[in-house]
Design a protein around this ligand. Structure first.
Ligand SMILES: Nc1nc2c(ncn2[C@@H]2O[C@H](COP(=O)(O)OP(=O)(O)O)[C@@H](O)[C@H]2O)c(=O)[nH]1
Ligand SMILES: Nc1ncnc2c1ncn2[C@@H]1O[C@H](COP(=O)(O)OP(=O)(O)O)[C@@H](O)[C@H]1O
Length: 184
């Protein structure tokens, strides 16, 4: 398979990070201006920086793309994506639909866009269990409809309903297996 980068997109709490972890590929760490959550470390979950820093990085061409999500900026470093695409080992990254499209436009078939889908009430429950404030939960769910409609731009969509994580994992493992087979 010629895909070098798996991009996961989908609504908040659909299960993107969970499935990315199970995919087991090295992850591209992206930048955000949102404050770190408890347990998050600079360089592991994200690189944390100010909005001004991210804007300056974008202006200087250091970031391939930036997006605003829930009032915070996010961005992917040009060098990290280029290095991932060149690397012998495929990588993965979680991006919103805007970032996913940018990366796909630039790298075409080297990028596999995987949409992760779960129903709205299930995402709502998962968000509530994550301990986010009521306002944050509401904000994340507000973009649910738009994020689901944008899944149709993906190369494939994996449903991740409650109680069927095993089924979603089956597909994720199949992708991981196909990507890590020897290629010419
Ligand atoms: N375009 C773009 N989106 C990103 C980037 N990094 C993260 N995201 C998106 O930002 C969204 C919000 O991430 P986060 O604040 O960690 O919240 P959560 O995923 O809802 O817990 C995620 O769903 C990702 O899709 C990036 O570098 N570029
Ligand atoms: N199939 C599933 N059934 C029940 N809970 C799930 C399932 N998939 C993921 N979760 C849980 O939902 C929450 C949100 O998952 P996460 O991967 O962080 O979502 P995202 O990265 O899309 O925001 C986590 O607590 C995770 O353990």
């Amino acid at each position: 398979m010629s895909h070098r980068l798996v991009v996961l997109q989908g609504p908040s709490a659909a299960g993107k990070s969970t499935l990315q972890a199970k995919l087991g590929l090295p992850r591209i760490v992206t930048w955000t201006s949102r404050p770190p959550r408890e347990g998050e470390t600079h360089g592991r979950e994200y690189y944390f920086g100010s909005a001004e820093q991210l804007k300056a990085m974008y202006a200087s061409g250091e970031l391939l793309e930036t997006t605003e999500y829930q009032g915070n900026m996010y961005g992917t470093s040009m060098a990290s994506v280029a290095a991932a695409i060149q690397d012998v080992t495929p990588h993965s990254v979680v991006l919103d639909a805007f970032g996913a499209r940018k990366v796909k436009e630039r790298y075409g078939d080297k990028v596999l866009l995987v949409g992760i889908y779960a129903e709205k009430d299930q995402c709502a429950r998962r968000l509530a269990e994550r301990g986010l404030s009521a306002l944050e939960q509401e904000r994340r769910l507000a973009s649910y409809g738009e994020e689901v409609s944008l899944l149709f731009g993906c190369d494939l969509i994996i449903p991740n309903p409650d109680q069927r994580l095993d089924q979603a994992l089956y597909f994720i493992e199949a992708i991981g297996g196909a990507l890590t087979e020897p290629w010419d």
